[in-house]
Design a protein around this ligand. Structure first.
Ligand SMILES: [Zn+2]
Length: 422
């Protein structure tokens, strides 16, 4: 009997491979679409389909079992409910919806999902989770791979800097593409040095230091017309490759862009799972959204910590463990368990880090000196001072004092690396 089970288990990866090859090619389908809405309503609309040259995601883990993110793309065999692929993600629109501005005006944000390019007709459905936690279908379309309106990607013939190449095939590695924002042609040498700094930073932190071989890091060398970055609060406006801007949602250090098409066109020049934008400035700031993109200033004295903190959001879906007293805008509905692996509202803690708490540690755990370096359940996290809890007194997802991730965040990162490596 044991032998039978063993054989069956051994066959599983082969079956998944067969499924990938049966349904998909080794290239990607990019779906560009728009989200339009405000704090109460959201609608999806299709913009364009693009055929991109690489599939760098896993060929084995086609169905997203982590279920991180408030958005999910699902691919079905056309006309059936046979699920072939799914992936969770977050976006800038979802964050904007929680701002006061979204109570006043309606806006449109453009974004993309990437799925493996199909061999036959597929149905693609996009879902979003509402504030109350309900999964709602926003858009569904049937894609015929022979449709001549699927635009072939533009090869921009840009030089690529291979900053770090591990020893794994792109479908078994975490492929990071670094895009330069606000570097002129004359500053491409600085961009190369900043890519090296990114790699040095990444592998300077646990658990990334143990998984060097599982990563590839490539920089696409696109120059900007002007050096630096737009800073509306200082009335500085720059003509740059991807139009990043500090003061995103009127938060000075939050540096993001809504220029989705340029970001994706540039990223698609190389195989990628994660997009990282290095912004050529000394100003402190950045941003990171799960399976969307990350950004950070290249030349601030805290850049190393910021790079890794933002990548924690973008790659591993980690939440911020910091919180504000009297926050007026709420990012989380504390009546629900958040999906992020490093915060909990204690509504459904069972799948979080309960297995890592040592016997005798009180839950919730008081923020007292004697619990420093103790995995617990500390009130305050996800910007919420009450009703949301973090696993550690301090962590790189909270402050930059200790320069390291707490054990719970380290485990979450490790799990994500392994998820991509299968
Ligand atoms: Zn942590």
């Amino acid at each position: 009997m044991k032998k039978t089970i063993f054989l069956w288990l051994a066959l599983l990866p082969c079956m998944a491979w067969a499924q990938f090859d049966q349904y998909f090619t080794e290239s990607s389908l990019r779906v560009d679409y728009c989200l339009t809405g405000n704090s109460t309503v959201t609608s999806f609309s299709l913009k364009e389909l693009i055929h991109e040259p690489y599939w760098s995601g896993s060929k084995t883990n086609l169905i997203d079992t982590l279920e991180f993110g408030n958005y999910i793309v699902k691919v079905f065999e056309a006309g059936t409910d046979k699920l072939l692929f799914s992936k969770g993600y977050q976006n800038l629109y979802g964050e904007w919806q929680t701002t006061d501005e979204a109570k006043q005006v309606t806006k449109t944000f453009e974004e993309s999902v990437i799925v493996p390019f199909p061999k036959a007709k597929i149905d693609i459905a996009l879902f979003r989770k509402t504030w109350e936690g309900e999964l709602v279908e926003g858009m569904r379309l049937t894609v015929n791979p022979d449709d001549y309106f699927i635009r072939n990607y533009d090869n921009l013939n840009l030089p690529v800097y291979a900053a770090w190449i591990g020893n794994r095939d792109i479908t078994k590695a975490v492929d990071i593409v670094i895009l330069p924002e606000g570097y002129t042609q004359a500053e491409m040498g600085k961009f190369i040095k900043d890519c090296d700094f990114f790699v040095e930073s990444l592998f300077g932190y646990a658990p990334y230091d143990r998984y060097r071989e599982s990563f590839n890091v490539r920089g696409v060398m696109v120059p900007s017309e002007e050096s630096g970055c737009t800073m509306p609060g200082d009335k500085i406006y720059k003509n740059t490759a991807m139009r990043f801007s500090f003061w995103t949602f009127d938060s000075e250090r939050y540096c993001m862009s809504t220029d989705n098409r340029d970001i994706r066109d540039l990223a698609g020049q190389v195989p990628y799972d994660q997009i990282y934008i290095l912004v050529n400035t000394e100003k402190y700031g950045g941003g990171g959204i799960y399976n969307f993109y990350c950004s950070s200033a290249s030349s601030n004295n805290k850049s190393s910590d910021v790079i890794i903190h933002e990548f924690g959001h973008g790659f591993a879906g980690l939440a911020d463990e910091y919180y504000y007293a009297g926050a007026s805008e709420h990012m989380y509905n504390i009546a629900l368990e958040p999906w992020e692996p490093n915060i909990t509202s204690l509504v459904d803690f069972s799948n979080k880090w309960g297995d890592m708490i040592r016997e005798g540690t009180p839950v919730p755990t008081p923020r007292e000196k004697k619990y420093i370096s103790t995995i617990g359940v500390y009130e305050g996290g996800g910007y919420e001072p009450e009703g949301m809890y973090s696993p550690y007194m301090d962590c790189l997802m909270n402050t930059f004092k200790g320069h390291e991730f707490c054990p719970v965040c380290q485990r979450a990162i490790e799990r994500m690396i392994l998820y991509y490596s299968k």
